[in-house]
Design a binder for this molecule. Structure first.
Ligand SMILES: [Zn+2]
Length: 265
C-alpha cells in the first residue's frame, strides 16, 4: 500500500518519526507521500524525503487554510521546491469554505496561482475541497488537462460532486472517513461509482483515525492517526465496493505509482 497523504511534517510527529515509519512498514505501507501545507511544512517534507529516500516523498503547496499568506514570493519558492525530484505533486491546494480560516477571495487567488504553476511544470496536483464544490469546480473546469493529473484528496462530498470530478478525469483519495459509522455512510454508498483505476488511499494522519473506538487504544498516541492504519481504510473500501482486498491494495498501489511517477520499491 501507499499512503498518498500523511502530514508527517507536523509537530505531532517530530518526537518519534522513526518509530512511526517502522510501524508503517511493518503494516505493509511501502511508501508515503508527506503533505506540504505551507512553505515551512513543504520544506520539512522535502528534508524528510531526503532523509528517507525511496520511502518518503513530498508535496509542496499552500493549504487553503493558510492561503492568506500566499504572495508572489511564495510562488517563486514553490517553483524551486517543485524542481526537486522528491517533490512529486503540487499541493495541497484547493478551497475550504467549511472553516474559512483564510478569506474565500484569498483561497481562490492562491488556488489559481497553484493551477497556473501546475500548467508550467510536469507534476500532478494534490487537491483539497471541503464545502466548496461550486467554486472549486469552476476553477478546475478552466484547466481540462490538469484535471486528468489531479487527485481530490480526502473526498467526502456527495454523489453530484463525485460524478463531476470523475467526468473531469480526476482521481479520488479515500481516507478513514469511509470507516466512520455515521459520517462515512454516504461515502460508502457512492464509492461504487468510482472506476477502479481512479482510486487512491490515504490516512491524512494525524487526522481521521479509522474505526476510532477500536483503534485508539492501539495507537502510540490515542488521538494521533498514523500511516500504519491505512489497511483499515483499504479494507472498508474493499467491502464497500465488494472487491477483493488484496487485489484492491495492488490496484491502488499501481494507480498511485503511475499517478505520482513513483519507483517500485
Ligand atoms: Zn486536505
Amino acid at each position: 500500500m501507499i499512503d498518498i497523504g500523511a502530514n508527517l511534517a507536523g509537530k505531532s510527529f517530530s518526537a518519534d518519526l522513526p518509530e512511526v515509519l517502522a510501524r508503517a512498514r511493518q503494516h505493509s505501507v511501502e511508501q508515503i507521500i508527506v503533505t506540504g501545507s505551507d512553505l515551512e511544512s513543504s520544506q520539512r517534507a522535502i528534508d524528510l524525503s531526503n532523509k528517507h529516500p525511496g520511502l518518503l516523498y513530498a508535496t509542496a503547496g499552500i493549504h487553503p487554510h493558510t492561503a492568506s499568506e500566499f504572495s508572489d514570493a511564495t510562488a517563486g519558492t514553490l517553483e524551486q521546491m517543485l524542481a526537486r525530484d522528491c517533490v512529486v505533486a503540487i499541493g495541497e491546494t484547493g478551497l475550504d469554505f467549511n472553516r474559512n480560516y483564510s478569506s474565500q477571495a484569498a483561497q481562490t487567488r492562491s488556488f489559481e496561482a497553484h493551477l497556473e504553476l501546475a500548467e508550467s511544470i510536469d507534476k500532478p496536483l494534490f487537491l483539497h475541497e471541503r464545502d466548496a464544490f461550486t467554486a472549486f469546480y469552476a476553477c478546475m473546469q478552466k484547466h481540462p488537462a490538469l484535471c486528468k493529473r489531479a487527485v481530490v484528496h480526502c473526498f467526502t462530498g456527495n454523489r453530484q460532486a463525485l460524478h463531476a470530478y470523475l467526468e473531469l478525469g480526476m482521481h479520488i483519495g479515500i481516507t478513514g472517513w469511509i470507516c466512520d459509522k455515521k459520517r462515512g455512510r454516504r461515502l460508502r454508498t457512492i464509492v461504487r461509482d468510482i472506476p477502479l483505476e481512479r482510486f487512491m488511499i490515504e490516512t491524512d494522519a494525524p487526522y481521521l483515525i479509522p474505526n476510532k473506538e477500536q483503534l485508539a487504544p492501539l495507537l502510540a498516541k490515542p488521538h494521533r492517526n498514523e500511516p500504519w492504519t491505512l489497511q483499515y481504510t483499504l479494507a472498508q473500501l474493499a467491502e464497500a465496493i465488494d472487491f477483493d482486498v488484496e487485489l484492491l491494495g495492488e490496484k491502488t498501489t499501481a494507480n498511485t505509482r503511475k499517478f505520482f511517477n513513483l519507483p517500485t520499491t
